[in-house]
Design a protein around this ligand. Structure first.
Ligand SMILES: *Cc1c(COP(=O)(O)O)cnc(C)c1O
Length: 223
């Protein structure tokens, strides 16, 4: 299968129910260009350096999403151009994004990462933490961040029932946060959940944005 055919097959399955972020981490520019030529414009990367170097060498109408864990001291490198930061997992990071947005005179779109997996290791907030930390005062202060929704990663397991339960939980949390913390923010409408192995389940459970890598570009080689 070619990248172009894989992309088409994913898009057919998504059937306009969610936005596709093509996760191109570790892949060479020519692979991204193949997807680009087939019409894909949204790409996701998880390393700041790789993201900036691909941004510099590839067409300027690509929307770049930062999907990985982001350290505060690296926000400045992507602040001028990034289209969406998926994994905002601390208030410190949110404040740094605001500061860098201000310097660049642009509101930076972000998703709040929620902890939905069983594993201790996954990053993210609990619903309770968001309710306590994201006070109206803090939200008013953050003039240069545009909080567009939530992101979550399910437990790494083959147990589909568990994955489904975690995605359904994120949807419920999103609904409660929309009514409560973000009731004044109509831009709060994205739920980024679902990867190559579970994006169909994620869409059934209300995902609006799926992050699909290996299904499109093939398995990754880490050296
Ligand atoms: C790598 C990655 C993906 C894509 O994973 P695949 O299984 O290759 O589709 C999605 N989300 C995040 C946060 C990732 O790091």
């Amino acid at each position: 299968m070619s990248i172009k055919n894989n992309l088409k097959s994913v898009l057919d399955q998504i059937n306009d129910k969610a936005t596709l972020v093509a996760v191109s981490k570790t892949k060479p520019n020519e692979d991204l260009l193949e997807a680009y030529e087939a019409g894909q414009r949204i790409f996701g990367e998880n390393k700041v350096q790789e993201l900036t170097s691909k941004y510099e060498s590839l067409p300027k109408d690509i929307e770049w999403h930062m999907i990985g864990h982001l350290q505060s001291n690296k926000v400045k490198y992507i602040a001028p151009f990034v289209s969406l930061i998926h994994g905002v997992d601390s208030i410190k990071l949110l404040k740094t994004i605001d500061k860098e947005g201000r310097k660049n005179d642009r509101k930076i779109p972000c998703l709040i990462q929620m902890h939905i997996a069983e594993e201790e290791t996954k990053f993210g907030f609990t619903e309770q933490e968001i309710k306590e930390l994201l006070t109206p005062e803090l939200l008013a202060e953050l003039e240069f961040v545009d909080i567009k929704g939530v992101m979550g990663m399910a437990t790494f397991t083959n147990d589909e029932d568990q994955i489904r339960k975690e995605f359904a939980g994120l949807k419920t949390t999103f609904d409660r946060l929309s009514e409560d913390v973000f009731s004044d923010n109509p831009a709060f409408r994205e739920i980024s959940m679902g990867m190559s192995g579970d994006y169909n389940i994620a869409i059934e459970e209300g995902s609006t944005m799926v992050r699909v890598g290996s299904f499109i570009f093939g398995a990754r080689n880490y050296h």
